[in-house]
Design a protein around this ligand. Structure first.
Ligand SMILES: Nc1nc2c(ncn2[C@@H]2O[C@H](COP(=O)(O)OP(=O)(O)OP(=O)(O)O)[C@@H](O)[C@H]2O)c(=O)[nH]1
Ligand SMILES: [Mg+2]
Length: 475
């Protein structure tokens, strides 16, 4: 894992640009925007946003990413406000109303209290400051409200997504509006700067697949591969997970008492009878002569669900007995390590490039609107500086990825051959020479297209190839 998430050479180069630009711009919105970009670059860690449809399991995954249960996830509660999780020296919650000054409320025993002091509609965001090594060293996390309509994200969520350096997009099970969710995602992505290099998909709650009784993994793996193929221009992969199971293993989850109860259940129910005894909460509660109290059974069901319960008993059958051992095995069965791999390898280790390109995109937007004559010179100088930074290989890659994602998100057709070439260029795990003269010739032909988006994409890809080829011939 990389050391500090941010603060690499690319971020430093963009921060220098901001410093120079701030001196040149007169007071006004452009100067304020430059200052905001500089402030974002001075933050020590990457910002990871978690987004997706209502009730998809987003907040559960936020807790898993934080390693601590801080976000509310009860069936009755939903996250109706954008919530930032940052490192702080003491636990506290800051509420920012739409009108008026931010105020603090104390942290509840289970994280964020239900009462935020104002109706949700009057709150623009909540920031949870918590003592937490993940937040200090790796990333800041933002939990966004669920999409309650398939047509788009709410305004606050879009603002949060635009402020993020990377996205974990949580997808509900198929059959529950997946096409609409994907269409909404495409629309939300356009213009947000999020792209294949900094967005990963999660297929969530896979324990509920099918009848909810068999092993969900084979089907989940197949569905995730299907999503991945359909979304390959937008996401760097789709990881199937049982977030609930991973959350159950956190420090405030599974207890020694729970492990004892599970052992009692395993001892009292031979494997053949289990199908009937634990196939639903009602069956579990109807179990006569059960060695665990009804409250205990309810707690286990709430904590682990049917799949987690079955897996736990099967693990106990094969000799996994203690709480820690059980928790470690359930964590592995939850599949979240696959998500952590992406977050660590792509996001945290690639943080310098991701953060710098997000900052470049934000600086680029300055000057798109009306500018005063005094600002015009400053914008021109800023643009010249931006094109120097853009020539760095990591930045070229980020720009190509963002362009591909925005073209696809806007619904434009990308010729299959061009998409293939772009994906090869973006695949940083690919070995060997990708910048070949044959590829450059092919991209030049694509540049002769009538479609503006094809031309743009092909030009960026060709420039990237030529720069690579030039560098490899010189070295
Ligand atoms: N079976 C199962 N239930 C889950 C899983 N993850 C979350 N849930 C349940 O799904 C419900 C919603 O979970 P949340 O994590 O709050 O989902 P969310 O996407 O943040 O919901 P909103 O913020 O309301 O959009 C809760 O009752 C969770 O316990 C999972 O992996 N399996
Ligand atoms: Mg939520």
């Amino acid at each position: 894992m990389g050391a500090a998430a941010g603060g690499g050479p690319l971020c430093a180069a963009v921060a220098r640009l901001c410093e120079e630009a701030e001196g040149r711009f007169p007071d006004g919105p452009a100067r304020t925007a430059v200052r905001e970009v500089a402030a974002r670059l001075s933050e020590p860690t990457l910002r990871v946003a978690v987004g997706g449809r209502l009730n998809a399991g987003k907040s559960t995954l936020v807790n898993v990413l934080l390693g601590r249960r801080l976000a509310a996830t009860d069936a009755t509660e939903c996250t109706r406000v954008v919530t930032w999780f940052r490192h702080g020296d003491r636990d506290r919650i800051e509420v920012t109303p739409r009108d008026g000054r931010p105020y603090e409320i104390p942290m509840g025993p289970g994280g964020i209290p239900a009462d935020l002091g104002l109706p949700h509609g009057q709150i623009s965001s909540v920031t949870v400051h918590a003592r937490n090594d993940v937040l200090r060293g790796r990333h800041t996390v933002v939990d966004t409200p669920g999409l309650d309509s398939p047509t788009g994200l709410d305004g606050d969520s879009l603002v949060a997504l635009r402020q993020a350096d990377a996205l974990v997009y949580v997808m509900p099970l198929p059959g529950k509006g997946d096409e609409e969710a994907l269409a909404a995602f495409r629309a939300a992505l356009s213009g947000s700067g999020l792209s294949i290099v900094n967005a990963v998909g999660v297929l969530s709650r896979i324990d509920e697949l099918g009848t909810g009784k068999g092993d969900p993994w084979p089907e989940a793996t197949r569905i995730a591969a299907g999503y991945e193929a359909r979304l390959r221009a937008l996401l760097s992969g789709v990881v199937p997970v049982v977030g609930m199971l991973a959350q159950a293993t956190l420090a405030d989850g599974l207890t020694d008492q729970d492990a004892r109860w599970l052992r009692d259940l395993a001892g009292a129910a031979p494997a053949v009878e289990r199908k009937y005894l634990i196939s639903s909460l009602d069956d579990l509660l109807a179990w006569r002569d059960c060695p665990v109290s009804p409250e205990g059974r309810r707690r286990l069901w709430r904590l682990l669900g049917g799949y987690g319960l079955r897996e736990s008993l099967a693990l106990i059958d094969t000799g996994t007995a203690g709480r820690a051992e059980l928790a470690a095995a359930l964590w592995r069965r939850s599949g979240v390590e696959g998500l952590f791999d992406v977050v660590r390898q792509r996001f945290v280790d690639g943080a310098d490039g991701l953060r710098a390109s997000a900052a470049v995109a934000a600086l680029d937007r300055i000057g798109w609107g009306a500018v005063s004559p005094a600002e015009r010179m400053a914008v021109a100088t800023l643009r010249a500086g931006l094109s120097r930074v853009r020539a760095e290989p990591a930045m070229r890659r980020a720009e190509l990825a963002a362009t591909l994602s925005s073209v696809v998100a806007a619904g434009a057709a990308v010729p299959a051959e061009l998409e293939g070439d772009v994906l090869v260029l973006l695949d940083d795990t690919g070995k060997g020479d990708v910048a070949t003269p044959a590829r450059i010739a092919r991209l030049k032909r694509a540049e002769a297209s009538f479609s503006r988006s094809t031309v743009r994409l092909a030009r960026l890809a060709r420039e990237m190839c030529e720069a690579e080829l030039y560098r490899s011939r010189r070295s």
